[in-house]
Design a protein around this ligand. Structure first.
Ligand SMILES: [Zn+2]
Ligand SMILES: [Zn+2]
Length: 209
């Protein structure tokens, strides 16, 4: 390969910019991942990188404010800044949230004589907001997670409501018919769908047009 003149320094050079191919000398070559870049290409890459990170910051700000924006690859799932480790938040806190809601649902259904599925609609809204708080903002992933958790909580709550618990706290038997009035299948299914939708909406955020 013949030597070319570096345009910036008028100095012969055998190296060339790995992007645009312009000859670069030792003084103007900028190392980027082991390959030399000329100053212009390095600056442009830098500008692109900062544009991308500004874009991500803007999306995160919107998600923290509860607005639903498309997540771009590389954006964090959990938008709380300086948040807790992902696995901890997702597993421990959401499991606690779901179990707590299920127990509350069963208890409320028992004392008010209302179906768990009906109460679950209210609980789902709570779960949606809860997951949104845990994630520190909105995201589609959080929405799907919230919907699944709401369905789990209602199902779990329904099962708990059917447990016949002795005063000692020992589970005696499964009651065949729960105390609260049973809903017909269609109403029951509608409650589930509504609960999932509310939970999703709470955690995924409002879509802006
Ligand atoms: Zn270049
Ligand atoms: Zn040069």
């Amino acid at each position: 390969m013949p030597a070319y003149l570096c345009l910036a320094h008028r100095r012969p050079s055998r190296a060339s910019c790995s992007d645009c191919g312009a000859p670069v000398c030792a003084d103007c070559a900028v190392e980027a991942g082991g390959a030399p870049l000329c100053r212009e290409c390095a600056n442009r890459d830098h500008d692109l990188a900062s544009l991308r990170s500004e874009g991500m910051e803007a999306r995160l700000m919107l998600r923290r404010a509860g607005v639903r924006v498309r997540r771009v690859a590389g954006d964090p799932l959990i938008v709380r800044s300086g948040g807790m480790p992902v696995a901890f938040v997702v597993i421990v806190l959401t499991a606690t949230l779901t179990a707590t809601v299920a127990v509350l649902l069963a208890g409320a259904a028992e004392s008010w004589g209302v179906s768990v599925a009906l109460l679950g609609i209210v609980a789902a809204a709570v779960i949606g907001s809860g997951v949104r708080l845990l994630f520190g903002g909105t995201s589609t992933t959080a929405g799907v997670l919230a919907a699944l958790l709401a369905l789990t909580a209602v199902t779990l709550g329904s099962s708990l409501a059917q447990l016949d618990v002795a005063s000692s706290g020992v589970v005696v038997a499964w009651r065949h018919l729960p105390g609260p009035p049973a809903l017909d299948r269609a109403t029951f299914a509608a409650c589930y769908v509504l609960a999932a939708a509310l939970a999703y909406r709470g955690a995924a955020g409002r879509r802006v047009r």
